[in-house]
Write a new protein. Structure first.
Length: 83
C-alpha cells in the first residue's frame, strides 16, 4: 500500500536540522526508501512494538507506519550508543 502522508515529530525535526549536509543527504535517501516501502526497516519489539528502524552509521532512524490511515511518521533519530 503506498504511503499517502509523511509526518515528522518535533524531536525528529529538531535533530534533523542539526545534522551536516552530507549526513542529511544520506538520511533523505533512507527516508525515501522507507516511504517507498514502509516494511523495509527492522521491526522492533517490546516497548518499541509497532515501530521500525533503519540504520545509517552511527544513527538509527525510527519510524512507524499506520496502514489504516496510510501515514508514515518519522519518530526519532538517535545515536546507536544511546539505545
Amino acid at each position: 500500500m503506498p504511503v499517502m502522508e509523511v509526518l515528522q515529530t518535533d524531536p525528529f525535526t529538531r535533530l534533523f536540522s542539526k545534522l551536516d549536509n552530507s549526513m542529511r543527504g544520506k538520511l533523505l535517501k533512507l527516508m525515501k526508501k522507507a516511504v517507498l516501502n514502509p516494511n523495509v526497516g527492522k521491526s522492533m519489539r517490546f516497548c518499541r512494538k509497532g515501530t521500525r528502524e533503519l540504520y545509517i552509521s552511527p544513527y538509527r532512524l525510527s519510524y512507524s507506519f499506520d496502514e489504516n490511515k496510510s501515514t508514515l511518521t518519522f519518530l526519532d533519530l538517535y545515536h546507536k550508543d544511546e539505545q
